[in-house]
Ligand binder design. Structure first.
Ligand code: ADP
Ligand code: ZN
Length: 619
């Protein structure tokens, strides 16, 4: 990758950190966060900032971007500004920072005038190291005056992909940020994002007009995530199965429509799972309630539209389920990326049907007509097509994602996707099954939808079949032993392979594709996959993360964490992350000194929570 970057004239700093800063950096990291080492590229990112260079840093979700901009002001002793797109994001970050004893303030419209005035005073006194604000707030003349006075060294643009059309959360306000250059001509600029496509990166560099920037692109792979793309045959039971693999753990379920979030949440409740729906149609207070319960670990399963996500920083999400295909790989990466931010094992399940592609096309076309366009824009269709290929491919999921983001994936078997775990059984008689399905479509003169084709092949006794005399066709009952849902999935797969075509419109019809002849004659290889149950005790990485951990103790520590969080009205992870709780439940420290050695225990948290956790461990 480096070679390519250089070829485009960008500078990559393989910079060794300035020795002068190194000890001071590690000292701050230890004291505030309880970490002994820096993650890949954190060193370089922190140093770019301290050296006053502009930078673009691309690190996957959970890669540790925040630390990169939180550390420098501790070292230089001034203040830096962080531009953040959402109030909830800012709030959670500040809660987390204050719990570590880190002086950070925000200015946003969700704060009372008194709190805003207090923030301003802290800035004027020079007491704050970071100021969080939304772009529009920074551009007001009042805030500009304040900035002129306190002279921040760096402007940090978080979620910088928001500046690009090619990103997944385009925000026009981000484009105006460069106006700040006039207010603060000497500040250096740092853009952070998890979205790594080259287009988005180039857009960020150009739009923000970064000057001779250090470009740091991390490995976008998330090795702790297990990806599964499963043919959607009976969505609700399939979802329940996934949730049951993560009992009492955080799960986010993404749906496309508001209505389905509600019906699925209700169905889950009827099946003994405490779940809540979340979408933009709910009132602000309803949404806040779901969010708060989820952040405080009183609710584990949220069934949501994509409105739920940005700003939800619960780091112990163990599973993200997509009930349908997202409309781009960027969206998929962003949404599935909310799993396992703590670096511990987590699972991403995508229930896929090729019909999803048609649904998206319809939605995109309608949106385009409403905007007076002839049809969905090319770039949307292209992104959708990439997503479809990802779902229908038989290539390792980690490898496919890496390739999409322009990176290579070295391992042959990732051990963490449905393909490498050998979970999608390719059936032996794929060629014959394909011939039967295509023959049926041919006998029906390409005039019926998938459901009818399935009924004929399974030899259904329905009135519609009898009245049209389809029970006398030679193909009638040819696949009577195959469950309807499985057959439906084979049809989907044949659409993906280009043997069948599904027409658009509200009542799609199955037709033979021009290449169908080759399949009918058996001249083409076909790999049809049958969905198989995923075993509940998944071997592999997941077990390693639990090695030596006393699980009962872990659960007890978790409930202490929940109580502490509730008392303080902060998200549970602000107290300690799961990784730290597992560390405590493994090493069982007997003194504060021993406790300080556990990763994630910093000085402030030790003082505040140490005694309570020690008492629980002793008991
Ligand atoms: P991102 O913003 O890139 O998604 P975060 O900054 O939220 O990621 O970091 C993800 C998790 O990793 C957090 O729990 C954070 O405290 C932790 N983390 C960050 N840097 C380190 C480090 N050097 N050592 C251990 N844990 C770290
Ligand atoms: Zn794999």
């Amino acid at each position: 990758m480096n070679g390519r970057e250089e070829a485009r004239g960008l500078t990559i700093l393989s910079a060794m950190p300035a020795e002068a800063h190194r000890e001071s950096i590690l000292e701050h990291v230890r004291r505030h966060w309880g970490y002994d080492t820096l993650r890949p590229l954190q060193d370089e990112a922190i140093n770019a900032n301290l050296e006053g260079r502009d930078s673009l840093v691309v690190l996957p979700t959970g890669g540790g971007k925040s630390l990169c901009y939180q550390v420098p002001p501790l070292v230089h002793g001034g203040i830096d500004v962080v531009v953040s797109p959402l109030i909830s994001l800012m709030k959670d970050q500040i809660d987390g920072l204050l719990a570590c004893g880190y002086p950070a303030v925000a200015l946003h419209s969700g704060m009372s005038p008194e709190d805003q005035a207090e923030s301003e005073r802290a800035i004027e006194r020079g007491d704050a190291r970071l100021l969080f604000a939304a772009p529009e707030r920074l551009l007001t003349s009042r805030t500009r005056d304040l900035l002129r006075q306190c002279k921040p060294r760096s402007i940090v643009i978080d979620e910088a992909h928001c500046i690009s059309h090619w990103g997944h959360d385009f925000r026009p306000e981000y484009r105006r940020l460069t106006e700040l250059r006039r207010t603060l001509p000497d500040a250096n600029w740092h853009a952070f994002t998890a979205t790594a496509t080259e287009r988005v990166r180039e857009d960020i560099l150009r739009q923000l007009d970064l000057r001779d920037p250090v470009v740091l692109v991390g490995d976008c792979d998330r090795p702790n995530l297990t990806y599964r793309v499963i043919p959607r045959v009976s969505p609700k039971p399939q979802l329940l199965e996934a949730i049951r693999r993560h009992n009492e753990q955080a799960v986010i379920v993404y749906c496309i429509s508001r209505k389905s979030t509600e019906s699925i949440a209700e169905w889950l409740n009827q099946h003994g799972v405490d779940a809540a729906a979340y979408h933009a149609g709910l009132s602000a207070s309803q949404r806040r309630r779901v969010q708060d319960r989820f952040m405080q670990e009183r609710l584990h399963v949220v069934v949501a539209t994509v409105a739920f996500g940005m700003g939800i920083d619960r780091s112990d999400v163990r599973c993200v389920v997509h009930m349908a295909m997202p409309k781009s790989i960027e969206h998929y990466q962003q949404e599935s990326g909310r799993a396992g931010r703590d670096g511990l094992e987590a699972e991403c399940v995508l229930l896929y049907s090729s019909a999803d592609v048609m649904s998206w096309r319809r939605l995109m076309d309608h949106a385009a007509y409403d905007a007076g366009e002839a049809g969905a824009p090319e770039h949307q269709i292209e992104l959708l097509e990439h997503m479809r290929r990802f779902c229908s491919s038989m290539q390792c999921r980690h490898r496919s994602l890496a390739a999409y983001f322009g990176q290579t994936f070295e391992r042959d078997n990732c051990g963490a996707c449905d393909i490498c775990l050998d979970e999608c059984k390719v059936i032996d008689d794929g060629v014959v099954v394909t011939q039967k399905i295509l023959s049926c479509v041919a006998r029906l003169h390409s005039r019926f939808g998938a459901a009818h084709v399935v009924d004929v092949l399974r030899g259904s006794n329905k009135e519609k079949i009898r009245s049209m005399r389809h029970d006398s066709l030679s193909v009638y009952g040819l696949l009577a032993d195959t469950p309807a849902a499985t057959l439906q999935s084979y049809i989907d797969q044949l659409c993906d392979l280009g043997a069948l075509v599904r027409t658009s419109g509200d009542r799609p019809i199955l037709q033979l594709a021009s290449e169908a002849g080759e399949y009918l004659k058996g001249e083409r290889e076909v790999s049809l996959r049958r969905p198989v149950a995923v075993s509940r005790s998944r071997a592999g990485r997941g077990e390693a993360d639990w090695e030596g951990v006393d699980r009962e103790l872990f659960d007890r520590l978790r409930s202490i964490r929940r109580e502490l969080a509730e008392e303080r009205g902060v998200p549970a992870y602000v107290i300690f992350g799961d990784q730290t709780l597992r560390g405590l439940a493994q090493r069982k420290p007997r003194s504060l000194g021993e406790m300080l050695e556990v990763k994630g225990v910093g000085q402030r948290k030790l003082e505040e929570f140490g005694a309570q956790f020690l008492a629980a461990i002793e008991a």
